[in-house]
Design a protein around this ligand. Structure first.
Ligand SMILES: *Cc1c(COP(=O)(O)O)cnc(C)c1O
Length: 250
């Protein structure tokens, strides 16, 4: 029987089924790891939220993830994110932006992202607020905190120094179209993650002391989610443990 030109071939269907199975198994593993980490840390299970980092993976993978119960996904490059968010607009996913953000792209990102986790300077606050107002949206924001001690490293990897965090928090809280939800960080390369996440927690508490509803701590990735959960993370951002080692960026 002839099939319509745009219908998937048997081979494509089989490949889709295979990928779906792989993602389901990986998700299962990651969800178990999170619950085990919560229990090990004497925390109530099933409280930590999983955000799946879909950067560099194609839209059909994100669609499969949604069918497997994933509701929050994260991207780190505007060019890639804007296309995927448009293609998958029917899915009601919550889109997080977690990459370093240029001021001139901030307005565009505010047009489709629901949460920007990488707010690390005052100029970004104004640009995001402007973009969110222009599209009549309320944008949820996290302040990215640098856990690198060397200043040049922090500049290269993004993130506000601890001295910069409270002024940025105040600016977000005062921006009409932005909502301050908390902090985000990436553990320093090759360092003791526990010590770094402890510092993040101190910063998070200083923010929450002035902004009681800013309770989010986004920390922990595929390799260190247990450490982050033990140190108080409320959200983990997991990419490769769910989707596999990242394909080369095309
Ligand atoms: C890529 C990325 C992640 C996910 O990393 P994995 O090691 O693949 O889990 C988390 N956070 C940020 C900021 C990232 O860029």
């Amino acid at each position: 029987m002839p099939r319509p030109a745009d219908a998937p071939s048997k081979r494509e269907v089989a490949a889709g089924e295979h990928r779906r199975h792989e993602l389901a198994c990986n998700l299962d593993d990651v969800r178990r790891r999170i619950v085990r980490a919560e229990v090990d840390a004497d925390r109530t299970p099933n409280q930590v939220k999983l955000v799946v980092v879909t950067k560099s993976w194609p839209a059909p993978d994100v669609r499969l993830l949604a069918s497997l119960g994933v509701s929050q996904v994260a991207e780190n490059r505007h060019q890639e994110a804007v296309g995927k968010a448009a293609e998958l607009a029917d899915l009601a996913l919550v889109w997080h932006f977690i990459g370093q953000l240029q001021t001139n792209k901030a307005q565009a990102v505010a047009g489709y992202a629901h949460v920007v986790e990488s707010v690390d300077r005052l100029r970004l606050v104004a640009a995001l607020d402007h973009g969110a107002q222009a599209t009549n949206r309320q944008l949820r924001c996290l302040i990215q905190v640098s856990l690198d001690d060397a200043r040049d490293l922090a500049a290269a990897r993004g993130g506000a120094s601890s001295a910069e965090v409270l002024p940025i928090a105040a600016a977000i809280a005062n921006a009409p179209a932005l909502t301050l939800e908390g902090v985000m960080a990436v553990a320093p390369l090759g360092k003791d993650g526990a010590e770094a996440f402890d510092r993040l927690r101190v910063v998070a508490e200083s923010v929450r002391a002035e902004h009681p509803t800013a309770t989010t701590i986004s920390a922990g990735m595929s390799g260190d989610l247990e450490i982050a959960v033990a140190r108080g993370a409320t959200h983990v951002r997991v990419g490769s443990a769910v989707l596999g080692a990242r394909p080369p960026v095309g």
